[in-house]
Each structure stands twice: as C-alpha cells, then as structure tokens.
Design a protein around this ligand. Structure first.
Ligand code: UD1
Ligand code: MG
Length: 459
C-alpha cells in the first residue's frame, strides 16, 4: 500500500519582525504574496491538497487562499508546535506522514520537499528534517549534533548558548513526521522560556526516545532564505529576480541590465526580445518575439504581440497586436486593444478602446470608451469626452481613414463616419456622416464629400 502524505503549511504568525499590520504571508515577493509560493508547492507535492494553518488576520489570509487548500485556525499564536497541533483533529488517522513547512520560506523547491519525504519513508525514527550549512543564519534555529555526528536537537537562536551559536548548521524549517508518533508528542510539548510551543522541540523528544532523526542536508543557496524581516524579503527578491532573469536570458531574451529588470514569475517573453533597464513586467503578461521594451516601463497583465516597441510607458490590462509602437510616455489602460501597426506617441492615453490597424495618435491625446477604424489619425491634443455631465461613460465610434484635427473634442456619445475630417479645435457634439468635414465650436459640417470644395464657414 502506498504511503499517504499530507502537507501542512504554517501561516498563522503575525510576523512581528516585519513591523507591519499586514500578515507576513501576504507580503509580496516579485508581486505575489509569500503564501502563493507555498500553496503552489503544496498543490504539486503530496497526493492530498495542503492544509494551511492561519491565525493573525485570518480572514484576509483565508480570503486569499479561497478554495485552494483546507484551512485550520490557530486562535492564539502560541508557536509553531502549537500551530501544527491545531491540525490534529482534521488529520489524525487520515495520513501516514505529515510534511510541514513554513509559508515564510517562499523559495523552497519541490525537490527539497520530496527529499525529506523520501528520507522519512526510509527512516525508522519518527521525524526527518532539512538542515543546511550557512554562516548567514538569518535568525534560524541551530542544529546540535553529538560528538558522533548524530542530530541531538534544534535550539532556537534566542535560547542558544554562545557555544551553540558557533555552529553553522541551521534548521531550514522543513519536517516530515510519522503521524502515529506526531500527535501524541505534540500534546506533551512544554512551552519554552518565551511561552511559545516550539515544533523544533520534537527533535530532542525523538532523540530522548532513542529514535534516529533523518537528515537531508540542502545546499545553502537562495532556497533557504526565510523571511523574518524586510531585509530578508529584499534578499529573497534579489535572489528570485536573478533566478528569473537568468532563465529568460537562457531562453533567448536580451536583458541589458538584469539587476535592474523586474520580471514576474507568471510573465512569458518571446525570443530575441530586448528588455531595457528599469522595466517591470508584472502579473499575467505575455510579450511576443523581437520586441523592444523599456527603458522605464511597466507592463502589467497585458498581451503584447511580435515586433512591438514600448518606450518609457505604462501598459495595464491591454492587448497589442504585432508591430505596435507605444511611447515615449504612453499610458494604455484596461481594455485598450491596439491592432497591428498602431502608433501611440508621447502622452497618449487609451482606455477601454479598440484602435484599428494602422491608427496613429502621435501626441497628447486621450481615447476612452471608443472604437477607431483602420488608418485613422488622431491629431495632437484630441480627446474623446467620454464622461458626461450625467456621470455616465459614453462611447465614441470613429470610422476608417478619419482625420481628427488637433485639439478636437469629441463629446460622446458620438458616431463619426469613415473618411471624416475635423478642423483643429472643433468641438464635435453631433454625429458626423461619412466623408464630411466639420469645423468650429460647436462643430458644423461644412462639406459632405471628400471631393467637395470646402465651403466658406460663413455660408
Ligand atoms: C522557525 C524555527 C527555526 C527555523 C526557522 C526556519 C521554530 C520554533 N523555529 O523559526 O528553528 O530555523 O523557522 O524558517 O519552529 N507560525 C504559526 N503560528 C505560530 C507561530 C508561527 O503558524 O504561533 C508560522 C509563521 O506564520 C511562519 C512559521 O510558522 O510561517 C515560522 O514561524 P517564525 O516565527 O517565522 O519562526 P522562525 O523564527 O523563523
Ligand atoms: Mg520564519
């Protein structure tokens, strides 16, 4: 019969050392809450969905977890041993082994967790732990060994003697327990000097019962960065950024300055794209091949086609087809859809609008809640006045091959036919038929055909 393992993620602590009103596990790393990393691992590691112990600001944490994991509440944060004990009612008799780790270790790998599960499957004793040799302790517990090299105990930094503090073997905080042994032992844990029930005290309990502690020794790489302070958070951010950026460079993306390029874990980038410094690619963003992005740009939850250029711009929840060129200083907001060959120049803003193939809006314009037909030109300073005095948003429909003159105000709701031209500074308040030319404030049609001679405005 196969061994059944359940994973438990400890996430109830306040994270006092973060000096924050936000629970530690909801602080973000590369734009994702720390807990997201633990959940991701938990969903891929054991044959049952993980259990998360929540406590401090439990409603916020539970809301974030949603239905991705079972949640157990630790009402008072009395330590890691107490936290795990809260799962006894749910897990007793349900699982052969219990894999435990802390949600403040976001860079742990699946391999490490599997290694400790494998170690415990072969261990006759009731517990296996992960240790690492590192002079950068980050406040971790120290692993105490006997002269013969057997693990004797884990001692917390605050309780360790000066001699114990000289050891460089640290407790990574990943454990796999035999569940038949675990629950009774947890019930007998005694509080430490600071009143907390330490999960780590179970190591010594096992040794005192003459059991052997299984040990997996991990490399002291970035995997073992545990987040107890914001300094650790910044270290983890740097490490994860280096990991992500290296992997993109290995996959054919040029990063001019990888230390100053910020790419989220869910971003996709096509080959031969060049990312210039101080560019932030965030959320579920996809960038095509052979694009140039940056410098100083943010692209969030957006899809960019191939051969696009984005310079010093902010793009959020927008879609760009191929060969689109934005910036410098463009702002594409939610629902902006730019078809192939569109050009949005400096200080152009587009929101909730479709710009057809080849549309140009070179300078200082705003297009919101609009559709702009192919090849139309939006002149400098032109604006769709989409927000009415009725406090509602209204649409502007613009046909193909339209020429919107500089500083035109298009007062929505409005339909502008194809091949329409508007004079500079016109304020268009009424629909304009195909081929017409309108000028003035409010704008009047002075010609109904592109072939017409333009008539005098006084007529
Ligand atoms: C813990 C270990 C330490 C190890 C380190 C590795 C103990 C006593 N110490 O220390 O040996 O080197 O992790 O990261 O276990 N939590 C709860 N409820 C609580 C307290 C904590 O759920 O009452 C959770 C926290 O949310 C956190 C995890 O347990 O995710 C670890 O707690 P933390 O206070 O960060 O322990 P460390 O001091 O890091
Ligand atoms: Mg910690």
């Amino acid at each position: 019969m196969s061994i059944k393992t359940t994973s438990v993620i400890l996430a109830a602590g306040k994270g006092t050392r973060m000096c924050s009103s936000i629970p530690k596990v909801l602080h973000t790393l590369a734009g994702r809450p720390l807990l997201e990393y633990a959940l991701d691992l938990g969903l891929h590691i054991c044959n049952m969905s993980p259990i998360v112990v929540v406590g401090f600001e439990s409603e916020k944490v539970q809301e974030f977890i949603g239905d991705r994991a079972k949640v157990v509440l630790q009402n008072q944060q009395l330590g890691t041993g107490h936290a795990l004990y809260q799962t006894a009612d749910v897990l007793r008799g349900q699982s052969d082994m219990i894999l435990v780790w802390a949600a403040d270790m976001p860079l742990l790998s699946k391999d490490m967790l599997e290694a400790v599960v494998n170690c415990q499957s072969e261990n006759e004793g009731p517990v296996s732990i992960v240790t690492s040799i590192s002079s950068n302790h980050r406040g971790f517990g120290r692993v105490i060994r006997s002269e013969g090299g057997e693990v004797q105990a884990v001692v917390e930094q605050s309780d360790a003697t000066s001699e114990q503090l000289t050891t460089n073997e640290i407790n990574v905080g990943v454990y796999c327990f035999d569940s038949l042994w675990l629950w009774d032992e947890l019930s007998t844990l005694k509080p430490s000097a600071n009143g907390e029930y330490y999960l780590t005290d179970l190591i010594e309990s096992a040794v005192l019962q003459s059991h052997k502690v299984g040990v997996v020794t991990a490399n002291a790489g970035d995997e073992i960065i545990g987040i107890n302070t914001r300094v650790h958070l910044a270290e983890a951010e740097t490490a994860l950024r280096a990991r992500i950026n290296q992997s993109w460079m290995e996959r054919g993306v040029t990063l001019i300055d990888p230390d100053n390029t910020y790419i989220g874990p869910n971003v996709e980038i096509g080959s031969d794209t060049i990312v210039l410094p101080n560019t932030h690619l965030e959320g579920d963003t996809i960038i095509g091949a052979e694009c140039t992005v940056g410098p100083n740009s943010t692209i969030r939850d957006s899809v960019i086609g191939n051969h696009c250029k984005v310079e010093c711009s902010v793009i959020e929840q927008a879609k760009l087809e191929d060969e689109v060129d934005v910036g410098p200083f463009g702002h594409l907001r939610a629902g902006a859809h730019l078809d192939s060959g569109v050009h949005v120049g400096n200080f152009g803003e587009v929101k909730n609008s479709y710009l057809g193939p080849g549309v140009k809006m070179g300078h200082f314009s705003y297009v919101g809640d609009a559709t702009v037909g192919a090849r139309s030109n939006i002149g400098a300073g032109a604006i769709t006045c989409n927000y009415g005095m009725d406090k509602q948003k209204h649409r502007t429909e613009i046909g193909e091959d339209v020429f919107i003159g500089s500083d035109t105000m298009l007062v929505a709701p409005l339909r502008i036919g194809s091949r329409v031209r508007t004079g500079a500074g016109s304020v268009v308040t009424k629909d304009l038929p195909d081929d017409s030319l309108a000028v003035g404030v409010p704008a009047r049609v002075i010609s109904r055909s592109v072939d017409d001679k333009v008539q005098s405005q006084d007529e």
